[in-house]
Design a protein around this ligand. Structure first.
Ligand code: SAM
Length: 293
C-alpha cells in the first residue's frame, strides 16, 4: 500500500462537498456506497485516489473529496451534549499553554469534541484525562474520539463519574478545562489537580456563570486574577466586487475564564484597581443618585 499521505484509504474520514457547499461526512469502507437523493458513489471509487479529486454520483452531482479536518469533524460528529466549537477549542489550546507532552484534565467530556483537540495538542507523549458523569455521554465521547483517532488513543483516559470523585488521587496537571454548568462548585478539585503555574480554563455560556466563577476564583485565593474573553468569528461573502461580511454569524457561544494556579501558601498582592461603581451590591459601590439641579 502507498504511504503517500495524499492517498485516501479504507478507514479515512472524508467530506464530500456538493456544488451548494453542503458537506457529507463518511468513513471510507471498501465495498460500501454513499447514497443521497442525487444518486450513489462507491467508496471503492474513492479509496486509492488522492484527496482533492472531484467525483460524480450516479445522479450526475459532482462532489469534491477531501479528508475532514478536525474542525469539520467536530461540527459533523454525533452529539450527546453540546460541543465546544472550533473557535473556542483553538483558544483553549493556546490559553492553556498546551504543547506536545503536556498533561490536561477536563470535565465534562460531553461529546468528546474538546477531547479531540486536547489529544491532538498534547500528542502521544502527553496525557489527557476526561471526566464525564453521564454514562450515555461518555459512550458518545468514546465513540467520537475512537473514530477520529482510528482507535482509543493510548494517551487518553476517560473516567466515568463526577469529576470531584473520579479524579481523587490524581494531580500535577499542567492544565484543567471545566465545561460544566457550575464550575464554581469544582474549584477545590481544580486547585488539587492543577500544579503551581498550571492553567485553569472555565468555559461558561452565560454572564451569571462568568461572574459567579470569577468571584469564586478570587475568594478561593488559589489562582491569579482571572482573565475573561469571548471570541467572535465573522465569515465573509466573496463574490466579485460583493465582498462583505456574511449576513449570518454565530453570535454567541460562550466565555472563557482563565487563571493560573498560585504556589501553595502564596497570597496575591492587593489589587490596585478600584472596583467600578455599581460593581458590588454590598458596599458603597452603588452609583450615587443624580444631584438635583
Ligand atoms: C457541555 S457538555 C461538555 C461538552 C464537551 N466539552 C465537548 O466539547 O464535547 C458538559 C458535560 O459535563 C458533564 N458534567 C456536568 N457536571 C459534571 C461533573 N460534576 N462531573 C463530570 N461531568 C460533569 C455533563 O454530563 C455534560 O456531558
Amino acid at each position: 500500500m502507498s504511504d503517500d499521505p495524499a492517498i485516501l484509504r479504507h478507514g479515512d474520514i472524508v467530506q464530500l462537498t456538493d456544488p451548494k457547499g453542503r458537506h457529507h461526512t463518511l468513513t471510507l469502507e471498501a465495498g460500501r456506497s454513499f447514497h443521497t437523493h442525487r444518486g450513489a458513489l462507491a467508496h471503492d471509487d474513492i479509496i486509492g485516489r488522492p484527496e482533492g479529486i472531484v467525483l460524480s454520483s450516479t445522479g450526475g452531482t459532482a462532489y469534491v473529496v477531501l479528508r475532514s479536518l478536525l474542525e469539520d469533524y467536530v461540527l459533523a460528529m454525533p452529539r450527546g451534549a453540546a460541543v465546544i466549537y472550533p473557535k473556542e477549542s483553538a483558544r483553549i489550546v493556546m490559553a492553556a499553554g498546551l504543547r506536545p507532552g503536556a498533561s490536561v484534565i477536563e470535565a465534562g467530556a460531553g461529546s468528546g469534541a474538546l477531547s479531540c483537540s486536547l489529544l491532538t495538542a498534547v500528542g502521544p507523549s502527553g496525557r489527557v484525562v476526561s471526566c464525564e458523569r453521564r454514562p450515555d455521554f461518555a459512550a458518545v465521547a468514546r465513540a467520537n474520539v475512537e473514530r477520529w483517532f482510528h482507535a482509543m488513543p493510548s494517551w487518553w483516559e476517560l473516567l466515568e463519574g463526577d469529576v470531584d470523585e473520579v479524579s481523587g488521587g490524581l494531580g500535577g496537571f499542567d492544565a484543567m478545562v471545566l465545561d460544566l454548568l457550575d464550575p464554581w462548585e469544582h474549584l477545590a478539585t481544580a486547585a488539587r489537580l492543577v500544579r503551581p503555574g498550571g492553567v485553569l480554563v472555565c468555559y461558561v455560556a452565560t454572564t451569571t456563570q462568568l461572574s459567579r466563577t470569577a468571584e469564586a476564583l478570587r475568594d478561593s485565593a488559589n489562582w491569579t486574577e482571572p482573565h475573561a474573553e469571548e471570541s467572535l468569528v465573522r465569515t465573509w461573502h466573496l463574490e466579485g466586487l460583493a465582498v462583505r461580511p456574511d449576513h449570518r454569524m454565530i453570535g454567541h457561544t460562550a466565555f472563557l475564564l482563565v487563571a493560573r494556579r498560585l504556589a501553595p501558601g502564596t497570597a496575591l498582592p492587593p489589587r490596585r484597581t478600584r472596583p467600578a461603581k455599581g460593581a458590588r451590591p454590598d458596599g458603597d459601590g452603588y452609583a450615587a443618585p443624580p444631584k438635583s439641579q
